[in-house]
Design a protein. Structure first.
Length: 240
């Protein structure tokens, strides 16, 4: 795999990606649509088979799991999901975990990739599930929705990732456990059929995205710690 360097920042991205995969969580949905389509086609009822075949195609598209080129470099926070930025700035204490945080919130439409990724590398220190409502994920009222909260510690600093359901997303899949180590950009779960993700980070991190921007899970850089970035560049210069 060939790597490119984006100048003095030291951030590297892979430029080749393996073929698209489909997440295993989608297999029952895809099979549940394609098997009736096959049966109807074999019984020479193509007009009835077509809707099931299209539904199977949608499920395959929804559960796609593309590999991503994860940026390397110190002090950066990557997007945990594909979608549109809804919040980028200081967190509202009414909805945030205890303490002061910066927050980036991403809305995932049904057409976005729904694989969730770790925004930073570190240890999973806590996972908390909270039952709630199923309101549209793009509205403020969705703060009362069902969610799963993943606490991480990265270089001695806390980060919180929230998987928040919406109207269509009625199930959260979390594939990490307390005590696990996760790499930056590593797959940690998914949500089914439209949802939202919140990332809470220390307030001294510089947010690099803006409201309305579309981000790519595992690739788009949400924020950075300028002090860590300077250290990384200094180390590269010292070893040059």
């Amino acid at each position: 795999m060939r790597l490119e360097t984006s100048g003095a920042s030291g951030l590297r991205f892979s430029d080749r990606r393996p073929p698209m995969k489909i997440d295993r969580a989608g297999y029952p949905f895809i099979a549940g649509a394609l098997l009736p389509a096959l049966g109807l086609a074999l019984s020479r009822r193509p007009s009835l088979a077509v809707p099931f075949a299209l539904l199977g195609g949608f499920f395959a598209y929804f559960f796609r799991d593309p590999d991503r080129g994860i940026p390397a470099g110190p002090g950066i926070v990557v997007s945990p999901a594909d979608g549109k930025v809804m919040v980028a700035g200081p967190a509202d204490p009414r909805w945030a975990p205890p303490g002061k945080w910066n927050q980036v919130t991403i809305f995932l439409s049904p057409l976005d990739v729904h694989m969730n990724r770790a925004p930073v590398g570190g240890r999973i220190t806590r996972i908390e599930y909270r039952p709630g409502k199923f309101l549209p994920a793009y509205k403020q009222a969705a703060n009362d929705n069902e969610l799963n909260e993943i606490w991480m510690e990265s270089e001695g600093r806390p980060f919180v990732v929230r998987q928040v359901v919406g109207v269509l997303a009625r199930r959260i899949v979390c594939r990490v456990h307390e005590g696990d180590e996760a790499a930056r950009g590593e797959r940690i779960g998914l949500m089914k059929f439209g949802s939202r993700m919140d990332v809470f980070m220390p307030t001294d991190l510089e947010i690099l995205v803006s409201i309305g921007q579309h981000v790519v899970g595992g690739e788009s850089i949400l924020a950075r710690d300028r002090s860590r970035l300077r250290i990384g560049v200094a180390e590269e210069v010292a070893h040059a």
